[in-house]
Design a protein around this ligand. Structure first.
Ligand code: RUB
Length: 323
């Protein structure tokens, strides 16, 4: 029950933003582990695997989701019996949620140092990691302004301006296409991310790459706030990040579409900003250049080529043997 409810909330974007999606998936797995009625360990494990798959199918782009699921499900390895497995899942999920919150706070503290008195900071979409940096700078007593974009078609900018307004931060709200007009006034761009690939490319809300391009042209620093679980281990072996394409009705109402039989509405939810347009990625382990993405995947997520191969083999075994 908790799994299908959480999955639906993620799919419908009631729960949205890569960090929140990851924490809610971890919590759903924990609660599901508490509910499963399994008489033996193989039954428990296959019930957990089904749950993990349902969560993984909700939204394809935010890599924080598979990373959260992986970190919780890995706790099943070595479980002695159902009760032990339940306890391991509970502990791993709680640890993921705790460390995720801590990572966001740490990123805020580091990112805030890059915001100076008098700056104009531009942000896009609604990222708790990026907003964390802005709010922390404000709490530090810095006096600066923010430009926040509208974020068509789902208007996440409305969430962002509410947060900024509540914090008393002077904010200008602009349509997405106005970014280049203002970029020469902007001192720093701060965004979050759904995935960072091994070559340092940043996948974030549609429009981010245009903003990065405009920032690059104007020589405005472009900073990304990213917990380490937003880095994508499978890109090591050339796996690509799937870009979610959402319902055309988010862009154009079905009524209007009907009158335009030759028009196809495209609605990709994310885009890819190449590493050369990214100046800095602020993680909870410190700020890094995008070129260091591989090190994060290897050292902090603990995945390397060898583990990747082992994981693929053990996944095959799990399917064959159902543990
Ligand atoms: C949200 C989005 C956010 C990242 C990072 O897209 O692109 O910038 O997920 O957010 P959507 P956070 O609204 O489609 O989920 O820093 O909160 O994890």
């Amino acid at each position: 029950m908790v799994i299908s409810e959480t999955a639906e909330k993620i799919r419908s974007m009631e729960i949205r933003g890569a960090g929140r999606i990851a924490r809610s998936a971890a919590a759903a797995l924990r609660d599901h582990a508490g509910e499963i009625d399994a008489s033996d360990l193989p039954g428990f494990v296959s019930g957990m695997q089904r749950a993990a798959e349902i969560l993984l199918e909700t939204r394809p782009t935010a890599v924080s989701l598979p990373n959260a699921v992986h970190s919780v499900m890995a706790a099943l390895a070595g479980a002695r019996d159902v009760e032990d497995a339940r306890e391991r899942i509970r502990a791993a999920a709680d640890e993921f949620i705790r460390s995720s919150g801590e990572a966001v706070n740490r990123i805020a503290a580091i990112g805030a140092r890059h915001i100076r008195d008098g700056d104009i900071v531009l942000t896009h979409c609604n990222s708790e990691a990026a907003l964390g940096c802005i709010l922390a700078a404000s709490r530090d007593g810095k006096d600066f302004e923010v430009f926040a974009t509208e974020v068509r078609p789902r208007n996440q900018g409305l969430l962002t301006i509410r947060v900024l307004n509540d914090a008393g931060i002077r904010t200008s709200y602009i349509v997405d296409s106005a970014v280049r007009s203002f970029m020469n006034d902007v001192d720093l761009v701060v965004v979050g991310t759904d995935a960072v690939t091994v070559n340092g490319a940043v996948v974030n809300k549609i429009g981010t790459s245009q903003i990065a391009l405009a920032a690059h042209e104007a020589r405005t620093p472009f900073m990304v706030a990213a917990e380490t679980y937003k880095f994508a281990p499978r890109t090591i072996l050339g796996e690509l990040i799937a870009i979610e394409e959402r319902d055309p009705a988010e862009v154009l109402s079905p009524g209007l579409q009907e009158g335009l039989p030759h028009v196809r509405v495209r609605n990709p939810a994310f885009d890819v900003t190449p590493a050369e347009y990214v100046d800095l990625i602020v993680t909870e382990r410190g700020a890094i250049p995008p070129q260091m993405a591989y090190i994060i995947i290897r050292d902090y997520l603990g995945w390397d080529l060898e583990e990747f191969s082992r994981e693929s083999v053990s996944r095959r075994n799990e399917t064959e043997l159902c543990i």
